[in-house]
Design a protein. Structure first.
Length: 196
């Protein structure tokens, strides 16, 4: 950046922070290049760039529909695989006006999410679904997309999940305590790009 360039940081509703870099390089304001960088979630540093790349590490808190609590007697039953899905909330985003290359390079720590709240024996559930439900998983967010001249592009990254569905039975109480619970393991990233 030169002394004529501007670097603006603003906060918007919903905890979204936007950084806007105006690269004038001695040119009039009308000819300036503007990059908008959205920082979504704690520790996020998604960047729109034309040449170099950046990287960061962060932990993203994903709001799930349910939570799991400890019950030593409750066990998962009827476990089956279900289709995977992509999350609905972006974990990183880069945008800018072309010609430019939008680039996201990050590592995120993501946890298992659930479709509803229930109680279970953690060790039994870990064995049943095939992954440790008590630990977060690191996923790499790395994507790039060219934006054509005259277009404004937005590149968004979402968590990709694989899933299992199960019921929960408590033999001490002789009853089913939860039915049709869905657990989703973070396994990667989905990308969405738009240009207008």
């Amino acid at each position: 950046m030169t002394e004529n360039d501007q670097d603006l940081l603003t906060s918007e509703p919903g905890g979204i922070v936007k950084r806007q870099i105006i690269l004038r390089g001695g040119l009039p304001a009308a000819a300036a290049i503007t990059l908008t960088i959205c920082l979504a979630g704690m520790g996020t540093a998604a960047e729109a760039q034309s040449a170099t790349s950046s990287s960061s590490t962060g932990t993203v808190s994903v709001q799930a529909a349910g939570k799991v609590t400890w019950n030593p007697n409750a066990k998962p039953k009827h476990v089956k695989s279900i289709p995977g899905k992509c999350g609905k909330t972006p974990i990183a985003e880069a945008s800018g006006r072309g010609p430019i290359t939008l680039r996201i390079d990050e590592t995120k720590s993501m946890s298992t999410t659930y479709s509803k709240s229930f109680s279970v024996n953690y060790k039994a559930l870990t064995a049943a679904v095939g992954w440790d439900i008590t630990k977060s998983r690191s996923i790499t967010v790395s994507g790039a997309k060219e934006v054509p001249r005259g277009k404004y592009g937005v590149l968004k990254a979402y968590t990709r999940y694989s899933g299992k569905q199960f019921d929960v039975y408590n033999p001490v109480e002789f009853k089913w305590t939860a039915k049709g619970v869905k657990a989703y393991k973070p396994i990667g990233v989905c990308y969405a790009f738009s240009a207008r």
